[in-house]
Write a protein of this length. Structure first.
Length: 286
C-alpha cells in the first residue's frame, strides 16, 4: 500500500465500522440486560429486548469526506503492490467473498475467518452499525467468540464485587479487534461505499444518515468511561447490575465495554479513534 493510500482509526467496534464494523469497531462490541454469569463474549450476546418507543428516533446525519483524486474502480484495500488495482464492485447480493477476502488481509488473527463465516455481510454490517449507534449490541447478527472462563464475583459483607479477573476473559476478542488495520478499513469503506449505501437504503436511510450512524456508533465507544476502581454490583434474582447508577444508566454497549476492563476498553477506544480520524481525514497523507 502506498503512502498516498494511507489514512488513519475504532472497536475499537467493533469494534466494532465500515464494511467490517461487525468486528470493530472495532468494532469493537454488547448487551447489558443479559445475565452476567451466563454472558457471551464481546459482541456475541443476543440483542436486548427494548421497550417500544412511540416517539420516532432521531437519525443522526453527517458527511464523511470523500477521497480526492482516487481513480474509479481502484481497490486500495486489496493492493499488494505500488500499482493501483482495478477491481469492479460486486452487487450487494454477491459481495460476501469480496468482503471476506479484503478483511482477512487486515488482521493476522485466525479468528477473523470464523467471525466472517456467515452470509449477507454488508447487510448485516449495516444493521449492526444501526444498533451500535443506538448503544445496542445485535449479537445474533455477528456472533463472535465466547468468554474463556466463567463469570466470577466475590462478596465483602453485603457488597458484591466484580472480580477483576473477569477482564481477561475478553482478551482474545479484543486482541483480534485491535489487530485490524484501521487505515485499511477506512480505505475499504471509501472504495466499497456504494455497497453500504445500498444496504442502508434498503433500511430507509440516506447517505448522510449512514455517515451519521457510523460516526455515532464510533462515538458510543469513545464516550465510554474508563473505570479503574473496583466495581460493585447488585443482584435481582439471577441478574447482576451495576450498583453505581451512573454506570447502570449507560447504554448496553457501553456497559459491556466496561465489563471488558479498563485496559481492554482503552485498546478498543484507540482503534475507534484511529478509524474515526481515518474516515474524517482521508486525504491527510496524500
Amino acid at each position: 500500500m502506498t503512502k498516498r493510500d494511507a489514512t488513519n482509526k475504532s472497536k475499537s467496534i467493533l469494534t466494532l465500522g465500515t464494511l467490517a464494523s461487525l468486528i470493530i469497531v472495532g468494532g469493537v462490541l454488547y448487551q447489558a440486560q443479559k445475565d452476567l454469569p451466563n454472558d457471551s463474549e464481546l459482541l456475541s450476546i443476543p440483542e436486548q429486548v427494548v421497550d417500544v418507543v412511540i416517539a420516532p428516533a432521531i437519525v443522526p446525519e453527517a458527511t464523511i469526506p470523500k477521497v480526492l483524486n482516487q481513480p474509479d474502480g481502484v481497490d486500495v484495500a486489496s493492493k499488494t503492490s505500488s500499482e493501483p488495482v482495478k477491481t469492479p464492485l460486486p452487487t450487494l447480493d454477491t459481495s460476501d467473498e469480496f468482503v471476506r477476502e479484503r478483511i482477512v488481509l487486515m488482521s493476522n488473527k485466525a479468528e477473523i475467518n470464523s467471525w466472517l463465516a456467515t452470509d449477507d455481510l454488508v447487510r448485516r454490517t449495516a444493521s449492526y452499525l444501526d444498533g451500535l449507534s443506538r448503544g445496542i449490541i445485535l449479537g445474533k447478527i455477528f456472533p463472535l467468540s465466547s468468554p474463556q472462563s466463567s463469570f466470577a464475583t466475590h462478596n465483602e459483607g453485603d457488597v458484591i464485587w466484580l472480580n477483576a479477573g473477569n477482564y481477561e476473559r475478553y482478551n482474545t476478542t479484543v486482541a483480534v479487534l485491535a489487530s485490524l488495520n484501521m487505515n485499511s478499513m477506512a480505505q475499504m469503506f471509501h472504495f466499497a461505499r456504494p455497497l453500504l449505501e445500498s444496504a442502508f437504503r434498503e433500511m430507509g436511510y440516506k447517505p448522510r444518515q449512514m455517515d451519521g450512524i457510523l460516526l455515532t456508533a464510533i462515538d458510543q465507544v469513545l464516550n465510554t468511561p474508563i473505570i479503574v476502581e473496583p466495581i460493585s454490583l447488585t443482584r435481582d434474582s439471577v441478574a447482576y447490575k451495576y450498583a453505581d447508577m451512573s454506570l447502570e444508566s449507560l447504554t448496553p454497549l457501553q456497559k459491556q465495554l466496561i465489563r471488558t476492563g479498563p485496559e481492554n476498553t482503552q485498546r478498543l477506544q484507540q482503534q475507534a479513534l484511529l478509524l474515526k480520524n481515518a474516515l474524517l481525514n482521508p486525504n491527510g497523507n496524500q
